[in-house]
Design a protein around this ligand. Structure first.
Ligand SMILES: Cc1cc2nc3c(=O)[nH]c(=O)nc-3n(C[C@H](O)[C@H](O)[C@H](O)COP(=O)(O)OP(=O)(O)OC[C@H]3O[C@@H](n4cnc5c(N)ncnc54)[C@H](O)[C@@H]3O)c2cc1C
Length: 349
């Protein structure tokens, strides 16, 4: 098949487009820089009965060794627009193809609060509402006003409000009920002018003590803490060749928590998430099930700096990552009867 539009490439190795550096080829691959190209590409997929996968920065993705027998569209729509101010709120729209951390830097440089704790998260703006990215006590859903999308079901543009996005912990309609329906084109945020940064996490409160830092200082502190855990992409740091946290923190009932605590015979760290529900750090479960940092299975390993990140130590296959994932899941389940759920998206399995 000779693709039309002509800029569609064939057999493009996806490992080069993911932060894990793992995965086989996409049968068809194209980068799009505006909405017209996006609709042309989606039309090409439909006309040829191809599955169309939207790729951002590839930082939450595990691609199979066999690759993907469809069309991968890498979103490259750029632009940031300061829309309006209302009282202490500044409304900004960022296009899906903007680099997320550069957008955070842009906001912080203007003294705008609301996303400073999300500094250093890799990927693009369009990827952030998908799993409602969060870190150090902030979630992107706290500041999202609306998400402008291309609706693949109707072929039209849709503007979804924050509520319509159905945000929850690492969830939204984009990765649960309406998975693969919407392509995010841009996201609009309300950030706070001269706002106070959010300091709720122990790592950050310990860093600043009693001092009230600026948003810029919080950004620097977050980046520095994340670097120590290899949670900032750095080509010189082999422990950052990951997809970030490989497992979600399990949310269990208080009853379940008491059962685990009793079995363990000691307190277990938790974060409250709602009436009768607690979140247990997956990293704690992994470590206490006997998997130490740096644990290696072939070319796949647990990061030496963060128990939740699985890393490619060089030349790892997707199968090696999956084998390691299964070993950890099995070990945690054997010991705690808690099912770990992977966080990244799996493509081509
Ligand atoms: C070192 C490291 C640290 C990380 N730290 C964190 C963290 O602290 N908190 C956190 O929440 N996450 C973290 N992550 C995970 C990841 O960075 C985020 O989930 C990020 O938002 C993914 O964006 P992306 O552009 O890379 O998406 P991709 O990995 O390219 O895609 C992920 C999913 O989103 C979909 N998608 C992407 N863009 C669009 C779009 N425009 N429209 C529709 N669907 C789209 C894809 O189809 C896919 O299903 C980390 C990852 C790494 C590697």
């Amino acid at each position: 098949m000779s693709p039309d539009p002509a800029y569609i490439r064939q057999n493009v190795l996806l490992s080069e487009y993911t932060t894990l550096g793992v995965g086989g080829p996409a049968r068809f691959f194209a980068e799009c820089s505006d909405e017209n190209e996006l609709t042309d590409l989606i039309r090409f997929g439909q006309a040829n009965s191809l599955e169309v996968f939207i790729l951002g920065g590839g930082s939450n993705l595990l691609v199979s060794d066999a690759g993907f027998d469809g069309l991968v569209v890498k979103l490259g729509i750029r632009g940031i627009e300061m829309c309006s101010t209302n009282g202490d709120k500044c409304r900004i729209t960022a296009s899906a193809g903007e680099n997320w951390d550069e957008f955070v830097e842009f906001a912080v440089a203007r003294g705008l609060a609301g996303i400073e704790c999300l500094s250093g998260i890799p990927g693009l703006v369009g990827g952030t509402p998908i799993q409602n990215v969060g870190a150090y006590g902030e979630e992107v859903s706290d500041v999202v006003v609306s998400v402008r999308c291309f609706d693949r079901k109707t072929g039209r543009i849709a503007l979804l409000s924050n509520v319509e996005c159905g945000f929850a912990y690492r969830k939204s309609i984009f990765n649960v009920s309406e998975r693969d329906r919407y392509v995010v084109i841009s996201v609009t945020y309300d950030l706070t002018i001269d706002g106070s940064p959010k300091i709720v996490y122990k790592d950050l409160s310990e860093h600043f003590g009693d001092r009230r830092p600026s948003v810029a200082e919080v950004r620097e502190a977050v980046l520095s803490i994340r670097r120590k855990k290899s949670m900032v992409i750095d080509p010189a740091d082999p422990n950052s060749r990951s997809a970030g946290s490989f497992f979600k923190n399990p949310v269990v009932s208080s009853f379940e928590y008491e059962r685990i605590k009793m079995k363990e015979g000691r307190d277990i760290p938790t974060f409250p998430v709602g009436p009768d529900l607690v979140k247990i750090p997956a990293a704690w479960l992994i470590e206490n099930a006997g998997f130490i940092k740096g644990f290696r299975l072939g070319n796949a390993a647990i990061s030496e700096n963060h128990s939740l990140a699985l890393v490619n130590r060089g030349g790892a296959t997707a199968k090696e990552i999956i084998d390691l994932m299964n070993l950890i899941k099995h070990g945690v389940f054997e010991r705690y009867s808690v099912e770990l759920v992977p966080e990244p998206v799996f493509l081509g399995f």
